[in-house]
Design a protein around this ligand. Structure first.
Ligand code: ZN
Ligand code: ZN
Length: 90
């Protein structure tokens, strides 16, 4: 299974395992601290899904899904291309 790279879309800061986000009480949250990338932005305290995630480095807000950078789908592996050899006429 392929894993996405997770980093800030604005400054490429990568969240650490020890990074924590707050389910902001000011915005109606429950005050839980957790690593939002372990749950895909869902607060484990109240189950609220945060669509916007703030960066710890640049302090800018980005859509949570924009933090996930999936590798380009592999087209053909080298090995596969080599199966398509051409006959050589002498
Ligand atoms: Zn919460
Ligand atoms: Zn950032």
């Amino acid at each position: 299974m392929r894993e996405p790279e997770i980093y800030c879309p604005q400054c490429t800061w990568r969240p650490l395992g020890t990074s924590r986000w707050l389910c902001t009480p000011k915005m109606g949250g429950c005050g839980t601290n957790w690593n939002t990338f372990w749950t895909g932005g869902v607060c484990p305290g109240c189950g609220y899904r945060w669509e916007i995630t703030a960066c710890h480095a640049c302090r800018k807000f980005s859509l949570h899904r924009d933090w996930y950078h999936w590798p380009e789908p592999a087209t053909h592996s080298e090995q596969h291309e080599r199966e398509a050899e051409e006959p050589v006429s002498r």
